[in-house]
Design a protein around this ligand. Structure first.
Ligand SMILES: [Zn+2]
Length: 495
């Protein structure tokens, strides 16, 4: 790109900035430095291509996009991004930092988990309140925000709805006003809300213009499959996928499609793992149902065969890992947009916690992922041509921002957007080793995997939080990001 820079006053946060990469307002030749930082020598995504462009940052926001020569002389500091892609920072829409789960506590605090996020090019996470039936939603949000004060990247929250209590449903509007505009339900576990309660909750959520997020596994199907297994010989870790068969997800998703259609609520299906669920979601989308979906790197890249290995119980996760055919269907769905986003469901436990229970099925379920997501999706999605470059940028950044009310402040390279940027080296070859990562856990499900593509540097609101292997952010630099509602979420992806 060689034309002159575009330059304008950063708009108010609530105003949608115009995307204009090729504006022609020239900067004055002899102007004083008016940018805090300029990133030169890199390339930015424009559709399916990358184009040379410099990015100027002022007051934590993108203030100019233009040529290196035009912007360089206006900046107080410069970052050399030669050979690197400048991506809108990745947004991990599903994490569980320092959260109680399965009788244990996930191993990453907000501090260590967001340090790992920074190292992996993730500039925002969306975590969860700790749903409690007796505590008002507003209080739950405050408590979780206090826990997250040491974060190094920005943090937003989904609120867990773990009860059909009318009082909690009446608090949905005030939670939305507090910047929490999506509400997570479980169709399984002790926190389960039944179909009647889902219906009531979806109506309240639709009225507030918010999003209903759901963990979709059908309790009755799982119970029947588990009972059946008890009559068979012990099957070790293979009991996990067999006790939670494909039908458990498909039945749950079919209920969600029905309830989404009846209530008009935007329903977001968490961590989709099966081809059967993908087909139901794709068909519902074609009919115009307001439904969206996410999957995780482990459902794209691992299958149930790992449960037969010596290390099998380290891979315990729910929904469980599926088959190679499911992997392939998920990639296809990600490619065409039937699945909107990739998230990690980051919920790590140390090896010792998974090894401790005598019954492998009692091992706490959850996997680490926030630090490796971007490189895995690039390496095994883009480089293998399973997904396009534009889908890559979309599924890890712009689409989660659109779906969850962070756009256009997050998830875009637009004038006025937060300068949340990932400087990504598409040629760097590296090998995943749990011991070399920043996550507070001694296991990676991708240990020893060879990747190409690595985050070199990460900026959150203009400040470098990670550079060349080193986390630079001070705990507390990350801040709570209030989200708006989905009233203007495009059903289909917008570029
Ligand atoms: Zn989760």
């Amino acid at each position: 790109m060689t034309r002159g820079p575009h330059w304008e006053q950063a708009p108010d946060r609530d105003q949608k900035p115009e995307l204009n990469l090729f504006g022609t307002d020239p900067l004055s030749e002899d102007a004083e430095p008016t940018l805090d930082t300029v990133i030169v020598g890199g390339r930015i995504p424009v559709g399916e291509r990358f184009e040379e462009a410099a990015i100027g940052i002022r007051d934590g926001r993108i203030a100019a996009i233009g040529s290196d020569a035009a912007l360089d002389r206006h900046a107080r500091a410069r970052i050399d991004a030669r050979g690197l892609w400048i991506l809108p920072g990745a947004i991990d829409g599903h994490t569980h930092m320092e959260a109680p789960a399965f009788g244990a506590q996930s191993a990453d605090s907000f501090e260590s988990g967001t340090a790992a996020a920074a190292a992996g090019g993730v500039t925002s996470i969306i975590d969860f309140t700790l749903g409690t039936p007796e505590i008002p939603l507003g209080r739950q949000i405050d408590l979780r925000r206090q826990q997250a004060t040491d974060a190094m990247v920005d943090v937003a929250l989904h609120a867990e709805i773990v009860t059909s209590e009318q009082a909690r449903l009446e608090e949905i509007r005030s939670a939305v006003r507090a910047g929490v505009s999506s509400f997570k339900h479980y169709m399984i576990y002790g926190e389960r809300v039944d179909h009647g309660a889902l219906l009531k909750s979806f109506r309240a959520i639709a009225a507030a213009g918010a999003t209903a997020m759901v963990h979709a596994e059908d309790q009755e199907v799982v119970e029947a499959a588990t009972k059946q297994l008890r009559r068979c010989l012990p099957q070790g870790m293979m009991s996990l996928p067999r006790s939670r068969p494909t039908a458990s997800e498909a039945v749950a998703v079919s209920v969600l499609v029905c309830l989404a259609e009846l209530t008009g609520a935007h329903v977001h299906v968490a961590h989709v793992s099966t081809a059967a669920a993908v087909n139901l979601i794709a068909a519902a989308k074609r009919r115009g149902v307001a439904i969206s979906a996410e999957t995780c790197p482990h459902y794209l890249l691992l299958d149930e065969e790992v449960y037969k290995s010596e290390n099998g119980r380290q891979f315990s996760v729910v929904p469980p890992l599926r088959t190679a055919a499911d992997n392939a269907a998920l990639w296809d769905a990600l490619s065409c947009g039937a699945i909107d986003t990739v998230v990690t469901d980051h919920c790590p436990f140390p090896r010792s916690a998974k090894d401790r229970p005598p019954d492998p099925l009692q091992a706490p379920c959850g996997l680490p992922g926030v630090e490796t997501m971007l490189s895995l999706v690039f390496s095994f999605g883009v480089r293998t041509s399973r997904i396009s470059l534009s889908r890559f940028v979309s599924c890890v950044s712009s689409r989660p921002a659109q779906l969850f009310g962070l756009s256009p402040t997050k998830g875009s390279l637009q004038i006025g957007a937060d300068a949340d940027l990932t400087l990504f080296d598409p040629h760097a070859a590296w090998v995943i080793e749990a011991g070399a990562l920043h996550m507070n856990v001694d296991f990676s499900p991708f240990e020893g995997w060879k990747l190409v593509g690595k985050t070199r540097s990460t900026l959150v609101r203009g400040r470098p939080v990670f550079r060349d292997g080193e986390v630079l952010a001070a705990p507390g630099w990350g801040r709570f990001t209030p989200r708006h509602t989905n009233r203007d979420v495009p059903k289909k992806e917008t570029p």
